[in-house]
Design a protein around this ligand. Sequence first.
Ligand code: HPA
Length: 236
Amino acid sequence: MIPTPHIELENKDLIAKTVLMPGDPLRAKYIAETFLTKVVQINGVRNMFGYTGYFNKKKVTVMGSGMGMPSIGIYSYELFNFYDVEQIIRIGSCGSYSKDLNLYDVVLVTDAYSESSYAKTMGVSSRKILPATKSLNNRLIKAADKLGFKMTPSIIHSSDVFYRINHDEWKDIQAKYQANAVEMESFALFANAKALKKKAACLLTVSDSLVTHEATSAKERQEAFTKMMEIALNSL
Ligand code: HPA
């Protein structure tokens, strides 16, 4: 049934079958302005910016997810289940847990490990590790190859918290699950895709390192993140 509690749209055609989902709504605006043609702003998405346009004649929607699993959980569920979206590619930032993942490296998420109860609570899976959709990942790998951009496949950690009291716990998580980076959304996105038989993938750019304690500035991030955006758009 549309409209939904968080996406107030009467017409499903305003949303493409493929959605690119950055965490930051301003990044959705940036992608629409930088890469898309014939852009229409989607009004009525609560607390969020959304735009639909075309990239190489392919219709695509870009919409922010907000930060954290409950937030991406709500928007992605409504898009998949009520607006007939078939695939969502999250494009976000991550912290590095590995000396081999440096600032601005692009990570292709193969699986998301999480201590979150999201998938269990939802009734979709009692597993703590959920995979991205293989066919989508293969398309992203092809697109990155074609563009000549390096992309590192990895298991990642979807964390419920940004600020941990026991800061060094990441070392145990990295060792136990081979999770080389941390973000806060993929696990819920993959759970929704599994629940609703849809497709989901996630590309991440390293914005900070828990190993070296380096971090990027907001401006540097904006520019470096275009690589991951181009990979996602060229995979359509
Ligand atoms: N922790 C959690 N999420 C993140 C981080 C981090 O260090 N960096 C970017 N997203």
